[in-house]
Write a protein that binds this ligand. Structure first.
Ligand SMILES: C[S@@+](CC[C@H](N)C(=O)[O-])C[C@H]1O[C@@H](n2cnc3c(N)ncnc32)[C@H](O)[C@@H]1O
Length: 164
């Protein structure tokens, strides 16, 4: 078993080939040079981060300044992709990757709901991110409270598990 696996964790063999490709559409600039320095989740931070969209995709930003909150999808390029059962230090027992917001997953795609505070050409200043400086950007979508908010949502295992 590789050393990076903690007790109780399970890693799998990944397929030999990918099923699809994607385009990185820009980069995210944050105050955190290393992933260890990042907040656990975007909601834990008031830091202003800058999403820089590549020139090629700039036309896709039309009307974005009228949107108060965005869903940002980004690629956690330093995350392992094969650990299906994970034991984060701040939880008492292992949990499945798909029951966690961990960056470690077969497709290490992260998402955050951010507040848009300024737009300058291809640069969007936002609050609510949690990634290392230079993390690749995959997509941006408007957050619709009428569609996306689910106030009654729960995560059962999390309620009495969190140590910190
Ligand atoms: C728990 S994840 C949550 C990500 C996102 N908000 C989500 O829910 O999908 C955030 C953590 O990912 C780690 N991280 C940040 N940037 C990363 C990167 N480029 N590659 C791998 N891990 C990263 C940091 O440890 C950070 O605290």
């Amino acid at each position: 078993m590789p050393q990076r696996i903690r007790p109780g964790e399970v890693a799998i063999d990944l397929p030999a080939t990918f099923d699809a490709g994607l385009y990185f559409i820009g980069r995210i600039h944050t105050p955190w040079a290393r992933r260890e320095d990042c907040p656990k989740n975007g909601a834990d931070s008031d830091a202003v981060c800058t999403i820089e969209v590549d020139e090629r995709y700039a036309a896709g930003l039309r009307d974005i300044e009228s949107v108060s909150h965005l869903i940002v999808l980004y690629f956690m390029d330093e995350a392992p992709r094969d650990v299906m059962l994970q034991a984060p230090r701040h939880y008492r027992r292992p949990h499945g990757a798909f029951a966690l917001r961990s960056p470690a997953r077969p497709n290490p795609i992260a998402c955050s709901i951010v507040r848009l505070v300024a737009v300058a050409e291809r640069r969007l200043d936002v609050i609510g991110l949690d990634c290392r400086d230079g993390t690749p950007l995959i997509d941006i979508k408007p957050y619709f409270a009428s569609i996306d908010a689910v106030p009654e949502a729960t995560v059962g295992w999390h309620v009495d598990e969190r140590d910190s």
